[in-house]
Design a protein around this ligand. Structure first.
Ligand code: SAM
Ligand code: SF4
Length: 341
């Protein structure tokens, strides 16, 4: 059995040092690959962790469980009123974890400077298209200008390197792959494409129509010369990276479906309602909120967390490294927006 000294180990010898914390399941966009237009049930208000409860759990993860990186996500994490205070409190922990945030960028123009001052190190901003109409089709909102203003604010606030995440959808924005890369390179942003995963609330994902990493590389190669990053050790980093036109600029592809990286996974996840998930695709979770509110000690909570991670499956919630492509794969009930992407 795992012990305190061993941190968040599982039976496959993996150690989780990277904590994803969802600050809310709500969002100001409705990306088609993530949320339905309406009808999604939000988490109950009294089930949501308070800012203090989140900080306590992050402290336990850092002090007692060996977590070294904390990424805030959601839903849209910038919708959480206390986000700057949570970042500031986490930046006071010893050892100080690396702090980053994944956002759709809309709130960044207003928060980037304060977040940077509070101790945030980096941001990942999701930008799937540069065309306002396509943005509306994809997100069901007209907010591309706000996203671009947010990106500029993040850069100006020193939240660098600003990383961009893009998901390509066939017939919607897949023709924009090379444009997105050119635009990112011109601004010094680091772009990564993410294969679309079966995590949408409406269960509309279709393996046969998703844009694969191979196709993404094909589309980019029509305009750029890509060479695998020399000496790149993928390690726990999910993105495989290529030098663009000889470098130093790079582009990443996160091939979660066609080239799963579960063997090297170093993540543990905390939902906004206080559940630990040992995998994005886990079909079960461990309730830390109950322990917190029932007066559990740090040591008891840490032990629950260790047990949760010990049960992590080989790949994507199943007993097979093939992960999502395994015949036994089952899409989790919680959508990505309520897990924390
Ligand atoms: N709202 C923030 C955002 O959009 O960046 C943070 C949460 S979002 C769930 C985190 C990341 O997951 C985004 O980059 C988004 O594009 C990605 N994402 C959401 N649904 C996805 C899916 N079904 N497959 C692959 N990536 C997805
Ligand atoms: Fe919101 Fe992010 Fe999901 Fe888009 S991907 S709906 S921005 S949580």
């Amino acid at each position: 059995m795992a012990t305190a000294e061993n941190g968040l180990l599982d039976t496959f010898g993996r150690r989780a040092v990277d904590l994803r914390v969802s600050l809310t399941d709500r969002c100001n966009l409705r990306c088609t690959y993530c949320m339905p237009e309406e009808g999604l049930q939000w988490l109950g208000k009294d089930t949501l962790l308070s800012d203090e409860e989140i900080v306590r759990l992050v402290r336990i993860a850092v002090n007692d469980l060996g977590v070294r990186e904390v990424r805030f996500t959601g839903g849209e994490p910038l919708l959480r009123p206390g986000v700057v205070g949570i970042v500031a409190a986490c930046a006071q922990l010893t050892p100080r974890p690396e702090l980053s945030l994944t956002t759709n960028g809309i709130g960044l123009a207003r928060t980037a400077a304060a977040l940077s001052e509070a101790g945030l190190d980096r941001v990942n901003v999701s930008v799937d298209t540069l065309d306002p109409e396509t943005f509306h089709t994809l997100t069901r909102r007209n907010r591309l200008d706000d996203v671009q203003a947010g990106l500029a604010a993040a850069d100006a606030a020193g939240l660098r390197p600003v990383k961009l995440n893009a998901v390509l959808m066939r017939g919607v924005n897949d023709h924009e792959a090379a444009d997105l890369l050119e635009w990112s390179l011109e601004r010094g942003y680091e772009l990564r494409f993410i294969e679309q995963m079966p995590l949408d609330a409406q269960h509309g994902w279709d393996r046969s129509s998703m844009i694969t990493a191979e196709e993404i590389l094909e589309r980019l190669s029509a305009r750029f010369t890509l060479t695998p990053e020399p000496d790149a050790r993928r390690g726990a980093a999910p993105a495989e990276r290529w030098l663009v036109d000889g470098g130093p600029a790079k582009v990443g592809v996160i091939a979660s479906v066609t080239r799963p990286f579960c063997r090297a996974c170093d993540r543990t996840r905390l939902t906004a309602d206080g559940q630990v998930r040992n995998c994005l695709f886990a079909t079960g979770e461990t309730d830390l909120r109950g322990a917190l509110r029932g007066g559990g000690s740090d040591a008891e909570i840490a032990e629950l967390w260790r047990k949760a991670m010990w049960g992590k499956k080989a790949g994507a919630g199943v007993d097979a490294p093939a992960g999502i492509d395994a015949p036994t794969f089952h899409q989790p009930d919680r959508p990505m927006s309520a897990i924390g992407g």
